[in-house]
Design a protein around this ligand. Structure first.
Ligand code: COA
Length: 180
């Protein structure tokens, strides 16, 4: 694993770039994908996938936030995104992901989140990995548990595109827990 490319058994993660934009948009624009997220707009603006990828590329250069396009090795198609956002003190990384509905239920999110947790500790020197998922998003809460994170309580955050506060389950895995 390099600092930028992350490989899993079925997927290759490469830094999200404008060339991934149209494929990303094909699923980010769907309500079932945006529904429980705090940031994906709905309706999704035309060209929004490429604009988002440009912003991600900027963040990658100028902040500690990283977001990957998830490529299905078998088809070469972009089937999702996965990210690690760094806290201001650089100790903590927040993992996040989304996948196209046509690949849901195949264990892809579990496989990718495990790889990103590993990457955060092994390659990026994180002291802890955190994650948040809407309490209504049972599949995502389940994925986080399967990735080895431990539920530590609830959190509340404002989701601008939804126009309301989201009640989320908060998860954490410390470096000590990960290495034991
Ligand atoms: C949430 C999401 C990432 C899951 O992706 P996925 O690739 O289908 O996830 P996986 O196949 O790895 O695992 C899903 C697990 O949740 C379980 N699950 C699915 N729906 C569930 C539900 N309603 N209640 C409880 N568990 C559920 C599955 O059975 C599976 O567990 P298992 O492997 O033990 O059987 C995907 O639905 C998605 O991209 N949603 C839209 C974006 C999003 O919500 N992102 C997360 C924001 S926090």
């Amino acid at each position: 694993m390099s600092d930028q490319i992350v490989m899993t058994r079925r997927m290759r993660l490469e830094p999200l770039a404008p060339r991934h934009g149209p494929e990303l948009e094909s699923f980010a624009r769907l309500w079932e994908v945006a529904r429980y997220t705090a940031t994906i707009p709905h309706p999704y603006p035309s060209g929004g996938g490429t604009a988002y990828a440009e912003a991600v590329a900027y963040d990658w250069r100028h902040s500690g936030d990283r977001n990957w396009a998830v490529i299905d090795k078998a088809t070469g198609r972009v089937v999702g995104t996965g990210g690690l956002d760094q806290s201001l003190d650089r100790r903590s990384m927040e993992v996040g992901y989304m996948f196209a509905p046509w690949v849901w239920g195949k264990g892809y999110a579990t496989e990718v989140s495990r790889a990103l947790v590993d990457h955060a500790f092994r390659m990026l020197g994180a002291d802890e990995v955190t994650a948040y998922a809407s309490v209504q998003n049972r599949a995502s809460c389940h994925v986080l548990t399967r990735a080895g994170l431990r539920r530590i309580g609830n959190a509340w955050y404002y989701a601008p595109p939804r126009g309301h506060v989201v009640t989320a389950e908060a998860y954490r895995l410390t470096r000590r827990e990960w290495s034991s």
